[in-house]
Design a protein around this ligand. Structure first.
Ligand code: PLO
Length: 516
């Protein structure tokens, strides 16, 4: 009986597949639609997406069969995967507004109270207004401001003290929590005008909930493809909900504290700036957009601070960890950065932002890290908000579009030996100036959803790496294997866990008390 049922289901699925393919061919839209991976009713193209490789690598490989732009079905959702920079730029820049939508998924809805944030929130008047005030607030507190440089340098100083202490007792360290604390404190100062010291229980709680969220959110897990799976017990979803609830309590606490002693006259941090923008929109009855009319609730502000916090910490920390990992694999690159630092900054003071122009090799190294291991190899999926096209292919409203940044950054036609770590490719022929040798390079995305924290991230990467490399040489402890370069796929591409020995450079055996 069971085998008969099984046979019936199998025959039904096969027939449905055949009919679907025939329909596609006969509809006359055939040549207009992107090449399509086989798809079965209900499960979509899931069978073609199995295998040992993470999605970004698999999507890159599938180009060989289907070309650089192809489509597939994730459950009942039509998805187009874009692997080439020309089409990627059409989606992000030329038709940015048409492709500005975001899909709603079970996990991101849990994280963002049904899309009330900026990164995962769908395109709407509320979203535009919301992004505008966050952009304004970030500009006021971030980019180019002297205070942010001071904050980063203070954290760099404290990070280097920890490395120095460990070195003095011959201890190898897992740099992950140290880098995370440094980066978290920068964002904390910016958002809440506060910071954490080593071992602070609130910081430890944050480390653990954030890891829980990174492990479970927005990675095209089955529950995001098949939302009805929520009705079954799901350990990942349970963990995500627990972590989000811990995060939300923490954010709510900070939010309430700020609201309690908010004053229109002083703006201490980003949270004050957001509160002020919201209040002024509410009071401004004559404005065409008031907070009421665009529906900017307390939830929106809270979720946005969650975004800034999460994005500000996870992304920058991840890039720093990849930078350290590649520097350990390539001691000659480390040496060259150190020589550059010695000759341009010297040993009597610490690097400053104004040194950026005179340290091209370090900048080139940062660019190369962002190329070879992009933080978000598939970005966050976009959605077409109306019927449109990509190149010659028609795209129906509601189609999800995944830009495979991994393919752009590893395109053999654009990059010589793309798997080779070579900062030199970002230097000009005299090796004194910086270039971007290919248009297939978009580490921060592009268009109306471009990363809001690009300037802040670049300042942090430059200052943290220059401070560390001025003082230390990084390696794995004797006898330890080099860390894997593979990366664990998720909402960010994660580095492996491993220990690092930071050996003080001559003259830096004892931490000097210097600021920038
Ligand atoms: C990281 C874990 C945090 O606890 C929550 C969070 C918020 C914003 C997310 C971020 C996580 C991961 C990186 C994301 C960012 C918004 C933009 C950024 C997705 C999930 C990228 C790379 O697009």
């Amino acid at each position: 009986m069971a085998w008969f049922l099984f046979l019936c289901v199998f025959v039904a699925l096969a027939l449905a597949l055949l009919v679907q393919q025939l329909k596609l061919r006969m509809s006359g839209r055939g040549p207009q639609e992107p090449p399509h991976l086989p798809a079965l009713p209900l499960i979509g193209s899931l069978l073609s997406l199995q295998g040992p490789n993470p999605p970004h690598v698999l999507f890159k490989e599938l180009q060989e069969t289907y070309g650089p732009t192809y489509s597939l079905m994730m459950g009942s959702h039509r998805v187009i995967v874009v692997n080439h920079h020309v089409h990627a730029k059409e989606v992000l820049l030329k038709k940015g507004k048409t492709f500005a939508g975001r899909p709603r998924t079970v996990t991101t809805d849990v994280l963002t109270r049904d899309g009330k944030d900026i990164a995962f929130g769908d395109y709407s008047a509320t979203w535009r207004f919301h992004r505008k005030i966050v952009h304004g607030a970030l500009c006021m507190f971030g980019e180019g401001s002297a205070s942010i440089e001071k904050i980063i340098c203070a954290e760099a100083q404290s990070l280097c003290s920890v490395l120095s202490e460990a070195a003095s007792v011959g201890l190898a360290l897992d740099l992950s929590p140290e880098l995370t604390r440094a980066v978290t404190n920068v964002i904390c100062s910016l958002c809440f005008n506060s910071s954490y010291s080593r071992g602070d229980p609130e910081f430890e709680a944050m480390l653990s909930y954030s890891q829980g969220i990174v492990d479970t959110v927005a990675k095209d897990s089955l529950v995001d493809i098949f939302p009805w799976l929520q009705i079954f017990p799901n350990a990942d979803l349970r963990r995500l909900k627990q972590c989000v609830s811990i995060r939300d309590n923490l954010l709510q606490k900070k939010f309430d504290e700020h609201k309690a002693d908010y004053s229109d006259h002083v703006q201490r941090d980003l949270m004050d700036a957001l509160l002020r923008a919201k209040r002024s929109a509410e009071n401004n009855n004559t404005a065409e957009i008031s907070a009421e009319s665009v529906g900017l609730s307390d939830d929106h502000l809270l979720m946005t601070v969650g975004d800034i916090f999460g994005a500000g910490v996870e992304t920058t920390t991840t890039v720093l960890k990849w930078a350290v990992t590649y520097l350990i694999h390539h001691p000659q690159v480390q040496r060259r950065i150190q020589e550059e630092l010695d000759s341009k900054v010297g040993g009597d003071r610490s690097p400053r932002l104004s040194d950026r122009g005179s340290l091209p090799y370090l900048e080139a190294t940062i660019r190369e890290v962002l190329r070879i291991r992009p933080v978000a190899p598939l970005f966050i999926p976009h959605v077409a908000v109306s019927d449109t096209s990509i190149g010659d292919f028609s795209v129906r409203k509601g189609t999800r579009v995944i830009i495979n940044l991994w393919s752009l950054h590893h395109d053999e036609k654009e990059w010589k030996n793309p798997e080779l770590f070579d900062p030199g490719r970002f230097l000009d022929s005299e090796a004194t100036g910086l270039t971007i040798p290919s248009s297939s390079y978009l580490p921060f995305g592009a268009g109306i959803r471009v990363c809001l924290g690009e300037a802040l991230a670049k300042m942090e990467l430059f200052l943290f790496l220059s401070w560390i490399l001025q003082r230390f040489t990084l390696s794995v402890p004797p006898g330890h294997a080099l860390p894997s370069l593979e990366g664990k796929f998720g909402v960010v591409l994660q580095t492996p866990k491993y220990k690092v020995t930071a050996t003080p450079r001559p003259g830096w055996e004892r931490q000097r008390s210097q600021t920038c």
